[in-house]
Design a protein around this ligand. Structure first.
Ligand SMILES: CC(=O)N[C@H]1[C@@H](OP(=O)(O)OP(=O)(O)OC[C@H]2O[C@@H](n3ccc(=O)[nH]c3=O)[C@H](O)[C@@H]2O)O[C@H](CO)[C@@H](O)[C@@H]1O[C@H](C)C(=O)N[C@@H](C)C(=O)N[C@H](CCC(=O)O)C(=O)O
Ligand SMILES: Nc1ncnc2c1ncn2[C@@H]1O[C@H](COP(=O)(O)OP(=O)(O)OP(=O)(O)O)[C@@H](O)[C@H]1O
Length: 514
């Protein structure tokens, strides 16, 4: 996947900056003539380079990026920034080379300098946590727009400025892309931006060169133990967002021990939010009503301030995400009454692609396509569906290949406990044997509930159609995993596949959708 140029939103009228000025500002060693050269952008993937860019060659898992300096030059790069190991490779391109001990560490500040990020007046709202980041940034975006604020977002699904959107490749863009996106947002006078920040982004310097106005925390649960040696290390990666170098203020959901630990450990001022009963916090969310099409809730603040609203989505977890978004906006300086006024009547008018997205119509079973791929996400989504469904709940799911294998047994177990029947299928097996991934999920399910009805069908299209044969009016299907995605990755090849489109087609074939 690396080397594929990510589609990126960039400023349309960049202000050129002097390359000599850049080298002097950062104390870079210079090889080659750079006087009279200007730089207008920055990229770390050669395929993404545009005329006037600085190409930054960073070492990767597969190759040193400096190896691709020739392609960067062909695409119009004016110079290369790299480390000592990359100098010789970069010089082969014929471009001048700037040298720094660690090009990845330098990238964020360099991108901020080139794109003048300091001059960006937008409020920056960062969201981290294992689950709910994408949802919270879409909820922030929706509320801001309902309040008449020009907003942007960056998430796993999309980067979005007003109505302009491009599909994302990473959850958090590389720093080169992120600062360009913010510069583009400044051009169109975006005033507030929701930014999803993964643990990997913090660890890999993708949000360097930014200090967020508000950092929000959703939750922490089992995921990414292929990237981090333990839950403690994973937590430490997230905790970094709640330091003065990264954020001015925080809003922390304290339902879990991890949230409480974050509050105890942080060095920035934080406001707390509880969304479960019996947890003490500055703000408390309580559910009012759960229906298959919406969830309404009440949010109460420290001084008796309160609002009631709803989200057009299922589940306590979605109300929790919405409550976090609202408290983040209050902490960013928005008046609670103004927020309430904007969302009281119509509720929060959010569309979140592929997160508990209802694809069924008026007739037949209710079908949700979800992006859940962790044990906790499975549990939350199943609980939400149970609380709005009297009939059977059938769950279709698989597990990522080449990703944290230790969560598979738990995913199987939670599905077996929460659903009446399971259809276990393939979800991006990547380089792994798909049958072995299914076997791990089935073993987890059988260990938890030996008698559970389980169907094993590798092809996701056939699996979903099997699920439809197991349900009828009043029942529900949860298809967890693919969410908004439009591909199915097998052995390094991405095959076109949209679970949402295919599910609609299957519902039509079954006569349940026009
Ligand atoms: C493990 C990891 O983070 N890998 C990232 C890394 O890839 P890499 O080290 O393998 O790169 P490489 O292939 O060795 O190439 C080295 C350099 O040469 C460049 N190159 C390479 C080939 C070429 O033709 N031209 C070129 O310029 C590459 O852009 C890179 O800068 O640098 C690439 C360029 O930016 C990233 O795309 C890639 O993210 C991969 C796709 C990835 O999957 N990352 C995951 C771990 C990740 O970050 N996930 C979180 C999700 C969190 C969540 O689920 O919540 C995220 O924020 O997305
Ligand atoms: N607050 C929450 N608590 C637990 N599970 C949640 C929560 N919000 C969403 N989920 C579940 O997690 C899935 C992913 O949600 P979302 O995309 O918002 O999270 P994320 O943190 O952005 O994950 P990713 O970066 O992988 O997209 C949802 O489809 C849902 O199943």
């Amino acid at each position: 996947m690396t080397g594929t140029p990510p589609t990126a939103l960039r400023p349309q009228h960049p202000n050129p900056r002097s390359l000599r000025g850049l080298a002097e500002a950062f104390g870079f060693e210079v090889r080659g003539g750079i006087d009279d050269l200007d730089v207008t952008g920055v990229a770390i993937a050669s395929g993404a380079v545009q005329g006037g860019d600085l190409y930054v060659g960073v070492p990767g898992r597969n190759a040193h990026g400096a190896r691709y300096a020739g392609q960067a030059a062909a695409n119009g790069a004016v110079a290369v920034l790299t480390d000592a190991a990359g100098v010789e490779l970069a010089a082969e391109s014929g471009l001048p080379v700037l040298v720094t001990p660690d090009a990845r560490t330098a990238l964020g500040e360099v991108a901020a300098w080139i794109h003048r990020t300091d001059e960006n007046p937008a409020t920056l709202l960062a969201v981290t946590g294992t689950n709910g980041k994408t949802s919270v940034v879409y909820l922030l975006y929706a509320i801001l727009r309902q309040m008449g604020v020009t907003a942007g977002l960056t998430s796993t699904a999309e980067r979005r400025i007003g109505d302009e959107a491009v599909t994302s490749s990473l959850t958090t863009p590389e720093a080169s892309e992120l600062h360009a996106l913010l510069a583009r947002m400044r051009e169109v006078e975006v005033r507030a931006v929701g930014i999803e920040v993964s643990a990997q982004a913090l660890t890999r310097h993708r949000v360097d060169g930014l200090v967020f106005d508000i950092a929000g925390f959703t939750n922490l649960s089992h995921d990414h133990l292929d990237d981090y040696a333990s839950m403690d290390e994973y937590f430490e990666a997230k905790r970094e967002l709640f330091t003065p170098e990264r954020a001015r203020r925080g809003v922390v959901t304290v339902d879990s021990e991890w949230g409480r630990r974050l509050v105890a450990d942080t060095r920035i001022p934080v406001t707390t939010l509880a969304t479960e009963p019996g947890v003490d916090a500055d703000w408390r969310m309580s559910l009012l009503e759960q229906a298959p099409t919406r969830t309404s809730f009440r949010l109460e603040g420290p001084d008796g301030r309160a609002l009631e609203t709803h989200v057009p989505l299922i589940g306590r977890f979605m109300a929790a995400n919405a409550a976090l978004a609202i408290v983040m906006l209050v902490e960013a300086g928005h008046d609670l009454d103004l927020i309430a006024g904007a969302i009281a009547e119509r509720g929060i008018d959010a569309y979140i692609p592929g997160r508990a997205e209802r694809v069924s119509g008026e007739r037949g079973p209710v079908v949700y396509i979800d992006y859940g791929h962790t044990p906790d996400a499975f549990e939350q989504a199943l609980e939400a569906i149970r609380s709005t469904t009297d009939g059977r709940v059938v769950m279709v799911f698989g597990a990522d290949g080449d990703r944290d294998t230790t969560k598979r047994a738990d995913m199987g177990a939670i599905a077996a406990r929460g659903a009446d029947a399971l259809v276990i299928t393939d979800f991006h097996p990547r380089s792994e044997d798909p049958a072995a991934i299914r076997a791990a999920l089935i073993a987890g399910a059988r260990a938890a509930v030996p008698e559970r009805e389980i169907h094993e069908i590798g092809d996701p299209r056939a699996a979903f159609r099997r699920a439809l044969t197991l349900v009828g009016e009043g029942d529900a299907v949860l298809y967890a995993g693919p969410g908004h995605e439009d591909y199915h990755e097998v052995a390094g090849v991405k095959h076109p596949y949209s679970a949402r489109d295919d599910a609609r087609l299957a519902l039509q074939e079954a006569g349940w959708l026009e």
